[in-house]
Design a protein around this ligand. Structure first.
Ligand SMILES: [Zn+2]
Length: 349
């Protein structure tokens, strides 16, 4: 029997029979265009950007590009600038320790004779809401793995699915909101640096945000352009019994969330159906300490999180993760679904 959208949420199954209200056409939805997503994606995942490695030229060009697009929209910087620069440190190479951004680690590393330093930057856009001091953060990392000269053949990790596609999606979402009437809550569009190193950009942002209790939810976009498995390799993930059905194939995607959004996820799925998007959510709860992407800094602080994710595939973290392999129609539908979900969460609770 084919798994239905709601069957993954057994406890809440009865809610699935609620009537779906007919909504008005949404102006913002019409601003989300497959061709524009393709244009952003093709540039960001091109060889010219050298795999967008954190702290290297290609990463800096990507940040500049994202900033330039935001400046042309009716989106403001969160602070004085769209760029949020920060430093990350690690001990000398032989120790094999990840880079860190928290002050205690940095002080400790700096006391040593040799240490490593990365200069990084998040790119942050802001749309003010009616409730100015309440926030929804929507994030996608723009960095990837760079270039490896020792690779035989193709030496560039283009990172099309991971994660240029999500950056393209988030730029279109920012556009869709920039012409709209004010959302209820303020929106923060965050393009993270250093995810592939150790979730550095999102950790720095959350660590330095004045009032994290004002962040009402975080939506993560990471790998939204393919079909594939939800990783069972992370022991912290809570896998439903039907683990053999853990592949998001065709127009399906994994909609992962923390328990605070149990009920709201049902409404999010209804909203996607109601707007006749050609996409089908496979919902799964994840634990707060689950590692995997930039939501971790938020979920550890008990900020409710959602992750739009189409799953792991053979090209993941290889030079073959190129633009030609992603499904542009699917990305476009997920972009629209994310846009609708942001509007919904802007008014949640
Ligand atoms: Zn990623």
């Amino acid at each position: 029997m084919k798994q239905t959208v709601c069957s993954g949420l057994v406890i809440l199954f009865s809610l699935c029979s609620l009537p779906i209200s007919a909504g008005k056409p949404d102006a913002g939805l019409n601003l989300i265009r497959k061709q524009t997503i393709e244009a952003h994606l093709s540039f960001l995942a091109s060889d010219a950007l050298e795999g967008r490695e954190a702290g290297r030229r290609g990463g800096r060009v990507a940040a500049e590009y994202i900033q330039a697009v935001l400046k042309d929209l009716d989106v403001k910087p969160l602070g004085d600038s769209f760029l949020q620069p920060f430093e990350a440190y690690s001990p000398a190479r032989d120790y094999g320790v990840d880079f860190h951004v928290n002050r205690d680690s940095i002080e400790q590393y700096k006391r040593q004779t040799h240490y490593r330093k990365l200069d990084l930057q998040n790119v942050i856009g802001y749309v003010e809401g009616e409730r100015k001091e309440e926030y929804i953060v929507i994030g996608a990392h723009y960095d990837h793995l760079g270039v490896d000269d020792l690779l035989v053949g193709d030496k560039i990790y283009n990172g099309a699915d991971d994660n240029a596609a999500s950056v393209a999606a988030l730029l279109q979402i920012a556009k869709a909101f920039s012409g709209e009437k004010k959302p209820l809550r303020s929106l923060i569009f965050a393009f993270w640096d250093g995810e592939e190193v150790n979730y550095l950009g999102s950790e720095y942002f959350v660590d330095n945000f004045a009032n994290t209790s004002a962040i009402k939810s975080y939506i993560n976009l990471d790998m939204i352009g393919r079909e594939g498995l939800m990783p069972v390799l992370f022991p912290e993930f809570i896998i439903p019994e039907a683990s053999s059905e853990n592949t998001a194939g065709g127009n399906q995607f994994h909609l992962l969330y923390t328990e605070e959004l149990n009920d709201e996820t049902i409404r999010i799925i209804h909203n996607i159906q109601n707007n006749k998007l050609n996409i089908e959510a496979k919902p799964n709860v994840i634990a707060h300490q689950s590692r995997g992407s930039d939501y971790l800094a938020f979920s550890l602080r008990r900020i409710p999180i959602l992750w739009f994710f189409t799953g792991l595939h053979p090209e993941y973290h290889t030079p073959a993760d190129e633009t030609a392999t992603v499904d542009l129609d699917k990305i476009t539908e997920i972009t629209k679904a994310t846009y609708l979900t942001i509007k919904q969460l802007s008014e949640w609770k």
